[in-house]
Every structure is written in C-alpha cells, then in structure tokens.
Ligand binder design. Structure first.
Ligand code: BEZ
Ligand code: FE
Length: 272
C-alpha cells in the first residue's frame, strides 16, 4: 500500500482503510475515550514520528511479527523469516574471507568467539554461489555500534559472499540479551503497559541471491532467559540453533570458542 498509489486511488487502500478506521472507532466508543485522552494519543504518535520510532512501536506491539507471519506463511522448506527491527544499517562494510565482522575494543571483556557457518541453497538444495549475506548484531557488552561509544563504527556488522558450493563462515562473538531502546516515547509506552524491554540474544541475517526471494531472519540460542519472553515476540523454534563448544587449540585460539551451524534455504522468486 504505497502512498503514491494511494494518492492516485489504490484499490487495496480503499478496501483496508475503512475497516481499520471502523475498528478504531469501535474501540473509542467501547471505552468512551475522552477528548483529552484522544489528544494525548495524538501527541504520543507525533512524538513517535519525531523520534523515528514507528518501526520500534510496530515491533514492541508485536505487529511486525504478525505481518511477518502473514507474509511468509508457506511451509515449502525455505528458512523461516523474521522481523528486521529498526537497527539495520544500509551499506555495511564488505568483509573478505576469512570473514570476521568485528574489531576488538576496550571493555569487550573475555567474550566468547563464535564461528557461524552453513550453506546457502535454494529450497531444492541447489547451491547459490552468488548469494550475499548481510549480518548485524550487538557486541558482547550488549549494545549495537550505534549506541556503544566504545565500539568502532559498523562493528558487528558486515556483508560478504559465499563459496562456489554456497558455503559461508564468519567469525563473531556470542551476543548477549539486550533491551530495545527505552529512552524515547516507545520506552514510556513499555513502562505504561508494564512490558519489559528485553530481547533474547540473536544475530540478524539478510540474505539475497538472484532469482530468489530475499530472506530477513534472526538466529537465537538455547537456554536464553528471554527465549519464551521476547519483548517483540519474534522467537521461532526453527531459528533456535545450538552452540557447540570447542577447545581453542582446534583453531589456534588461546580460549575456548563456539560454533553454530545455520543452513539457509531461499525460496525461488515468483516469475523466476
Ligand atoms: C533488534 O533486534 O535489533 C530490535 C528489534 C525490535 C526492536 C528493537 C530492536
Ligand atoms: Fe537485534
């Protein structure tokens, strides 16, 4: 429902919008919402817009998860999708093999190195050597580069290719649970409705390959205290992947490390 088509008269908009307004009016009537309350709502939404927090609001009200579920409902063997969230950054650095998506920084502590690996194929199992993977995640101190002044810009972000067989591997660190941004109007909303702001630790993936539908997803890890209680409700069982512990000597590291296997299967694009 783009606004440009709406200006010209979008059939879809003309069908959906009256229902949305009827649902809103019904709620206002049922709760006998006062003028004062309604203007408070409008002021809140204005603030959400000014703070650029509409995606965050959609996420914490679990509206993004609902739209994701409706948009990718087919069970055809493709890897499950998940919501993108508001913290993706365009044009992350291209990382050459062997891919490492971070630089060490002061205060990162004795975090655990993690190698994530797998293959990118179509749902038929054919390797997709032209695939591009784009990763973003928090550092081991629980923050994104955008919030954590100790980290270099674009730390724990990166884009890279796969091998001729579709195989990929990248070096990162085991992420930790963290809170969504709480200092703006959405933070006040969470407090007002008594909803905690925590997300389980996760790694975001955006994967593209010619002739295939792009995939946006996240990977989670077993045992996380927020797996059952993600504030945006985005955990899917199929995306919870075990971490396997290894002795550092296996890779010439001076501390134990983990691996996580995550094969990615992309759906053929319509008309491809
Ligand atoms: C995230 O995982 O990056 C995220 C998702 C929704 C809201 C805030 C952050
Ligand atoms: Fe995230």
């Amino acid at each position: 429902m783009s606004t440009t088509t709406a200006v010209g008269g979008s059939e879809r908009l003309a069908r959906v919008l009256p229902d949305a307004l009827a649902a809103l009016h019904e709620v206002l009537q049922r709760h006998r919402v006062t003028e004062e309350e309604w203007y408070a709502v409008l002021r809140f939404l204005t603030e959400v817009g000014r703070a650029d927090e509409f995606i965050l609001l959609s996420d914490v009200t679990q509206t993004s998860v609902l739209v994701d579920a409706m948009s990718h409902a087919v069970d055809d063997g493709a890897t499950a999708s998940d919501v993108e969230g508001p913290l993706y950054r365009e044009d992350p650095p291209w990382r050459e093999a062997p891919v490492r998506i971070y630089e060490d920084y002061d205060g990162m502590g004795d975090a655990e190195v993690l190698f994530v690996r797998g293959t990118v194929t179509s749902t038929s199992g054919a390797p997709l050597p032209g695939a591009v993977i784009d990763i973003w995640q928090t550092g081991p101190t629980g923050g994104y580069d955008l919030w954590d002044e100790r980290q270099p810009d674009y730390n724990f972000r990166g884009r890279f290719g796969v091998s001729e067989t579709g195989a990929y591997e990248f070096q990162t660190m085991v992420p930790k649970p963290y809170t969504v941004p709480t200092e703006g109007p959405v933070g006040r909303y969470l407090e007002a409705v008594g909803q905690h702001p925590w997300r389980p630790a996760h790694i975001h993936f955006k994967v593209t390959a010619e002739g295939h539908e792009p995939l946006v997803t996240q990977v989670f890890f077993p045992g996380d205290p927020y797996l059952e209680n993600d504030t945006i409700g985005a955990v899917k069982e199929a995306l919870v992947r075990p971490l396997e512990q290894h002795d550092g000597s296996e890779r010439g590291l001076d501390a134990p490390f983990s691996t996580c296997d995550f094969d990615i299967r992309l759906r053929t694009a319509a008309g491809a």
